[in-house]
Design a protein around this ligand. Structure first.
Ligand code: 13P
Ligand code: SF4
Length: 344
């Protein structure tokens, strides 16, 4: 028997009334039979969180019971890393994948950052390591490196700047202009890279990484969804160029939400991770969400029981070696400075 089994929280009187609003929200997003199973965990996590003075951050790809039930701060990977640096608490539980927790630690080194499952990885982050980046630099001398946030701290440390899908074009153009090279090594996502390349004159050297979730969508599937449901189509730039060519809008996690608010489509198909649509659904009650979506197996390693164990046992701490952290921080800071400059 595991410690988690001993700690299984039980149903108690009053739970249903205390969480009436949450229950209403979750009933619309997940099978209603599941909600009573989640509530004791949510209640126990919220009590532990208070006792520990912790803050729980959840990425938009987290399941609704986590996103709505226990998270204090939600958003895309960039928003979470920035919130980690800005929040008052010294203890952060990052409900997302490992590179996101590392970014939080890099930007908030004095805080304790925990992740409920250390194995929550990412196919993009594991497609490249620091030695690969050094080899790319040897092959393309003088060409600066821009790395997607979906990389390890060691890869960030070898890079001139980081980017997210929300600011990749801006960062590539700024780094190319600063270096005068007219060329940038862009890694590791070849699909995001080719989408960026369509929007800039900067020549990009790409790496062969892909997101195992977004690469499985097909153009035929998107066409079928559009025709069958008369839906508008929004796709994440980690999808293949053929899929992106079928979309009405291509954008990052945060840009998709802004597009929905502006366009207010009657029906939309979100070509991305499944929970993204679930978590947006209650913000847009008049929009009908069609779900040709895929689950990210890494994001789904985070569960209410392992968040509870994480807070109970203060495990698993995410650490970044100081010499790596300082260089990775410089690449993240460069991205943040470019973002600020563009907004002025
Ligand atoms: P964001 O940077 O938009 O949060 O996306 C991260 C991710 O893993 C997308 O698949
Ligand atoms: Fe990585 Fe893709 Fe999962 Fe995002 S959805 S964390 S890119 S594997």
């Amino acid at each position: 028997m595991t410690t988690d089994t001993f700690a299984t929280p039980r149903w108690r009187d009053g739970l249903e009334d205390e969480y009436a609003v949450l229950r209403q929200t979750l009933d619309q997003l997940i099978p209603c039979l599941e909600v009573p199973l989640h509530l004791p965990w949510i209640d126990a996590i919220n009590a532990l969180k208070k006792r520990r003075g912790a803050v729980i951050m959840a990425h938009s790809y987290q399941s609704p019971e986590i996103f709505h039930g226990v998270a204090d701060i939600t958003g895309d990977s960039l928003a979470l890393a920035q919130a980690a640096a800005d929040c008052d608490s010294d203890l952060i539980v990052l409900c997302g994948v490992h590179f996101m927790a590392e970014s939080a630690k890099i930007l908030a080194p004095e805080k304790t950052v925990l992740i409920p499952d250390l194995e929550a990885g990412c196919s993009l982050a594991s497609s490249i390591n620091a030695a690969d980046v050094r080899a790319l630099r040897r092959r393309h001398p003088g060409v600066p490196v821009v790395s997607y946030a979906n990389t390890s701290a060691e890869v960030k440390a070898e890079s001139d700047a980081c980017c997210t899908s929300a600011n990749a074009v801006q960062v590539v153009e700024a780094i190319a202009a600063e270096s005068g090279a007219g060329k940038v090594i862009f890694l590791p996502d070849r699909y995001l890279g080719s989408w960026v390349a369509q929007q800039t004159d900067v020549e990009l050297v790409l790496w062969n990484g892909t997101c195992e979730v977004h690469e499985t969508f097909t153009a035929q599937q998107v066409r079928h969804t559009r025709e069958q449901f008369d839906a508008r189509v929004v796709a994440h730039p980690e999808c293949s160029p053929e899929v992106l060519a079928e979309a009405d809008f291509v954008g990052s996690t945060s840009a998709m939400g802004r597009w929905l608010a502006k366009e207010k489509p009657a029906r939309v198909a979100m070509i991305t991770e499944c929970s993204m649509a679930d978590n947006l659904r209650n913000q847009f009650p008049d929009v009908q969400f069609i779900k040709p979506c895929n689950l990210c197996p890494h994001m789904k390693r985070i569960t209410l029981p392992n968040i509870h164990a994480c807070l109970r046992d203060l495990r698993h701490e995410v650490l970044v070696a100081p010499e790596v952290r300082v260089r990775a921080r410089a690449a993240l800071d460069r991205m943040l400075a470019i973002g600020r400059r563009e907004r002025v």
